[in-house]
Design a protein around this ligand. Structure first.
Ligand SMILES: N[C@@H](CCC(=O)N[C@@H](CS)C(=O)NCC(=O)O)C(=O)O
Length: 131
């Protein structure tokens, strides 16, 4: 596996790779002068998003995963089933476990709510530090 790292989301991914005891190489890419992805990263994934993960399985075509939440779900489904809460869905509303509902909440909260607050805080801090 080769993980493209340049952000805190990518650091979160490192924790998961260690937790799952997976073999991986890290590739770092410097953003361009507009803070966007360089062409080399766009060669890995057309949107140039970090993190992205190249999965290399001997005898199979290499493929790339992007979107931190999707990467986490994929890696946990294959290598970390113990990290996925049991559903207990049985087809009836409300019969899933509390753990399952909390997992879904935080998987979406991290990208859907928390990251925007952190991004605003980072911008405000950089403006404040320039004064
Ligand atoms: N929702 C995506 C966001 C990924 C993302 O936007 N990463 C930024 C770095 S924090 C990036 O790749 N920026 C470069 C670009 O968009 O050109 C995820 O969770 O992976």
């Amino acid at each position: 596996m080769a993980a493209q790292l340049e952000s805190s989301r990518a650091q979160r991914l490192l924790v998961l790779l260690e937790e799952l005891n997976l073999e991986y190489d890290i590739k770092t890419y410097k953003r361009d002068k507009n803070a966007l992805a360089p062409e080399e990263l766009k060669n890995i994934h057309p949107l140039g998003k970090s993190p992205s993960v190249e999965i290399k399985i001997p005898g199979q075509e290499t493929f790339v995963l992007a979107e931190s939440g999707a990467i986490f779900e994929y890696l946990c489904a294959h290598f970390g089933k113990h990290l996925i809460p049991t559903r207990d869905l049985q087809g009836r509303v409300g019969e899933e476990s509390e753990e399952f509902r909390r997992n879904r909440y935080f998987m979406h909260y991290s990208e859907g709510s928390l990251m925007s607050l952190l991004a605003i805080a980072a911008v405000m801090l950089s403006i404040y530090m320039r004064k």
